[in-house]
Design a protein around this ligand. Sequence first.
Ligand code: CP3
Length: 340
Amino acid sequence: MSNSVLNVLAGGSVVQPPVWMMRQAGRYLPEYRELRAKAGSFLDLCFNPEMATEVTLQPIRRFGFDAAILFSDILVIPHALGQTVTFAVGEGPQLTPLADEAAIDRLPLEVDQTILAPVYETVRRVKASLDPAVALLGFCGAPWTVATYMIAGHGTPDQAPARLFAYRHPKAFEKLIERLIVNSIEYLRRQLEAGADAVQLFDTWAGVLPPEEFSRWCVQPAARIVEGVRKQVPDARIIGFPRGAGASLVDYVDRVPVNGVSVDWMADRRLIREHVQSKVAVQGNLDPLALLAGGDALDRSVDRILGDFSSGPFIFNLGHGILPETPIAHVERMLKRVRG
Ligand code: CP3
């Protein structure tokens, strides 16, 4: 049986779009919460290949999604660069903020690969136990999004600390982005070598930047990463996710040679169909709150998305990660509707 996600990323059309969900392994699942409670810290879970493999496979077993996404986090890269990263329950990530250029200069040029070795081992294990019809996706955070956490030391509503830092110290910020580009290329290359079928580049906070900064800190680094990975893995399949890019998504796909883009729920679907899906595969874009609400609102949202996107290369997904309070019955309802 062929792999429908890979067919779509190759530009092919399929009768029924493949489906998976961002953050599909996570707290809305009782089996995740149970294992999470035994794991110790969140990073302990990310770096435990046996447990991370199990968590990656949980949503595949329960729902039969068409893709599995490696269980890890985008912040393992700052951690492997020596920055202190912790996840306090209910508070999100906490990092020792990078205060100035000297702090950036103190970061090593290359991550300690022994720290990341368990992640590659998880990829190998998942690949070995996954039905070949199910795609295995690796991922990393895009440099801009990772840098927002490294500079602020925590999540912020508008990424003001990183935006301010980039305006005040463009040379130092460039150094940080450069370091993240080089290490992301190597990180993704090793995930592909370990057995990932495709990788996704998460630029969760791309939407807060003015167009020139979006070009400089999101588009150019993404293009460098895609080209850098393909230099070593020529047929690497890569999905970009510049969340909140709006109409700039057209510019992104013109300049970043991705095979597909993940599209958030705010996007203008007609613009995307005409100017993005005509060039690359589209993935998305159900509002996670429509999934949380369920019922008619969910059905109508699913139908509109299928109506607008399923005539071209399309992977059904959410516009961002599933919310922890989402009922499992709503996920089942969504899948039934997508699969007809
Ligand atoms: O999608 C998946 O199922 C794979 C695993 C995955 C996680 N994080 C697990 C996780 C992926 C792909 C990510 C990516 C990630 N991590 C992003 C980019 C995508 C996005 O969702 O915006 C970002 C910005 C992060 C950073 C991060 N990690 C934050 C802000 C948080 C706290 C917020 C939250 O949801 O709790 C995390 C923690 C995290 N990463 C959890 C999970 C399942 C929850 C922590 C826990 O279970 O204890």
